[in-house]
Design a protein around this ligand. Structure first.
Ligand code: ADP
Ligand code: MG
Length: 488
């Protein structure tokens, strides 16, 4: 079961690191590019896939989340492009728009390619811009099936000379009902092409379905048959009541030391609702689901990536393939419908050899399902007690102390250091600290922290926010005053 436990990414103290890449048959230019990116050694799936791919074999590849599958097909694509041929030579299909953009970006970045030669094609974005890019000499197209078909039928995309076709997250494409579209697209490509399909989960029925379209495919499998578990993710769950899930979520968010946190809900309405609640609780939160416009989807994702938002609530549209640096926790607000989705959602953390935490909030009616997921995947999911008032406050204080210490290490602005000196000279340290905290509270700075789990209607606050008047209250006050005056 632990077969792929030691295949963590990147780190190697051997001087021969570059040699490992070289042995895969990559060019010198590519070796330099990889060194520049800090990718010292190929990951196991890259080691097994790249040489076969460069030989032109059809490949069916299954390896765990975050193990570098994109470059396992991306590098061979880049290496095998013919700079002279002015046509689409490689096509990558993905189930979601965000993933298409991410894969295109990774290929451009790694290959040091001109942006115009790799064209992302997906719905919700301007079709005219895409047409221009295709005309300008796109050699690699990365996209979602619907929009690709659209371009084919408009005659703005020709796949007649494509030599390589990749299906990323192949099982999700089938689950989303893209099989007819995918078949249609494949029919537009030459029969002599090379086909490669990838996922961390390839159930038997889907394997059979897709094998029909491949020629003597090699099977590369890292991990268990059917699905590959990522052992860098630690799994735990909190028992809660359906009605108290939100309260539990807030307490959990307040009590765990975390960085970026992704929360998955099963429905779009819950996604928005949970985000709205968290916003009211003063978390910096955004949400991502398929009902948002594409520009808002991309904006939200970018704000989460760059750390402006530290919590993002999403539906399964973000469960597949999305690679965000620094996600420490994935939280299942609801359990997903099957083990595959559980694996992909929780696979948004613990990527590229780093450790990650997956947490599920489980209502009594979900306990059986949790047991099934645990059994089917053969993983441990530890039960953790929901943090109570003490747990929440302890973490709040711990975080505050850590923050103060790290600020001290980072140093302060000159004017603030001077002010600090002056204040310390004038006021006792205790009075200064307590006074500054009181000042913060009076200024409306939110020092709140979670709910009483025994009595969830009751919010516990370490430092209660002083009541503040909103604009509406003030308007009301003023109009009352006017009425009073005119009544006189
Ligand atoms: P998968 O498709 O298997 O889920 P990705 O291709 O998204 O995984 O890769 C996960 C992360 O690992 C990405 O951030 C990627 O840039 C990084 N990565 C890929 N190959 C290597 C490597 N050889 N060494 C270090 N990091 C790598
Ligand atoms: Mg991937």
């Amino acid at each position: 079961m632990l077969a792929d436990n030691n295949d963590s990414i990147g780190e190697s103290n051997s001087e021969d690191a570059q040699l490992e890449w070289k042995q895969l048959g990559l060019s010198d230019g590519m070796l330099d590019a990889l060194a520049g990116l800090g990718f010292r050694t190929p990951t196991p799936v890259q080691q097994k896939t790249i040489p076969q791919a460069m030989r032109g074999c059809d490949l069916l590849v299954q390896a765990k989340t975050g193990s570098g599958k994109t470059l396992a097909f991306g590098l061979p694509i880049i290496e095998m492009l013919d700079p002279e041929a002015d046509c689409v030579q490689a096509l990558v299909l993905t189930p979601t728009r965000e993933l298409a953009l991410q894969v295109a970006t990774e290929i451009i970045r790694t290959g040091g390619m001109a942006e115009k030669s790799v064209v992302p094609i997906f719905g919700g974005a301007s079709i005219n811009v895409q047409i221009k890019k295709l005309k300008a000499g796109g050699k690699v197209v990365v996209g979602t099936p619907g929009r690709i078909l659209d371009h084919i039928s408009r005659g703005t995309l020709s796949l007649g000379r494509a030599r390589m076709v990749v299906l990323d997250e192949v099982d999700e494409m089938m689950d989303r009902g893209f099989l007819p579209d995918v078949n249609h697209i494949l029919d537009m490509t030459p029969s002599e092409k090379q086909m490669m399909v990838f996922s961390a989960t390839i159930p038997d029925d889907i394997r059979r379905m897709i094998l029909k379209r491949m020629r003597e495919p090699q099977h590369i499998q890292i991990g268990e048959a059917g699905y590959s578990v990522n052992y860098d993710v630690h799994h735990s769950f909190y028992r809660t009541q359906r009605l108290h899930k939100f309260v539990t979520l807030v307490n959990v968010l307040h009590s765990i030391p975390r960085t970026k946190t992704l929360i998955f809900t099963n429905t779009k309405s819950d996604c928005e609702r949970v985000a709205e609640y968290l916003h009211k609780e003063s978390f910096s939160v955004g949400f991502l689901d398929g009902d948002l416009s594409q520009s808002v989807r991309q904006l939200t994702l970018n704000l989460f990536k760059d750390g402006t938002l530290d919590v993002m609530v999403c539906t399964d549209v973000a469960a597949r393939g999305i690679d965000i640096f620094g996600v420490s926790h994935v939280i299942n607000y609801d359990l997903p419908e099957n083990k595959e989705m559980y694996l992909h959602r929780t696979g948004r953390t613990g990527r590229a050899g780093r450790k990650g935490e997956a947490i599920s909030l489980v209502a009594p009616n979900e306990l059986l399902q949790l047991g099934d997921i645990r059994k089917q995947l053969g993983i441990e999911i530890d039960e953790v007690a929901v943090p109570d008032k003490d747990g929440v406050s302890a973490n709040f204080k711990r975080t505050m102390i850590e923050r103060l210490k790290s600020m001290e290490e980072e140093g302060y602005a000159d004017d603030l250091s001077l002010l600090a000196d002056e204040l310390l000279e004038a006021v006792e340290p205790y009075a200064l600290t307590a006074g500054l905290l009181t000042y913060l509270r009076q200024r409306g700075f939110d020092l709140s922290s979670g709910y009483d789990v025994e009595n969830p209607e009751h919010k516990i606050r370490l430092f209660d926010r002083a009541p503040m008047l909103g604009r509406q209250d003030i308007n009301q006050q003023m109009s009352q005053r006017r009425e009073k005056r005119s009544g006189r």
